[in-house]
Design a protein around this ligand. Structure first.
Ligand code: ZN
Length: 96
């Protein structure tokens, strides 16, 4: 995906509406560290998943977002998904 199409996507009013809902669902907190989170991350990168479904989107703070994007290319898809599963388990326990 080119830079141009990314900026086109994020300025799309429907995308803005969706990210607002995701942030609300996640209570504006980072999925990983529980700090205030503002950025929306595709769990499975859009270039692979082509999915903007809410179950593929999470809220992250800027530092976790940067780290997580690096992790994906560094550790490979399987390890990365395992890490995301662990995050989800921790989060589910916290919300119980
Ligand atoms: Zn974070």
């Amino acid at each position: 995906m080119t830079k141009e199409s990314i900026s086109k996507r994020i300025s799309d009013p429907a995308w803005k509406e969706l990210t607002k809902l995701i942030r609300k669902r996640d209570k504006n907190t980072c999925y990983k560290c529980n700090k205030k989170g503002l950025q929306i991350h595709h769990i499975i990168p859009f270039k692979f998943s082509k999915s903007d479904r809410p179950d593929n989107l999470i809220t992250l703070c800027q530092s976790c977002h940067t780290k997580i994007d690096h992790e994906y290319s560094r550790t490979g898809k399987t390890n990365y998904i395992r890490q995301m599963i662990n995050c989800a388990k921790v989060r589910n326990r916290r919300d119980e």
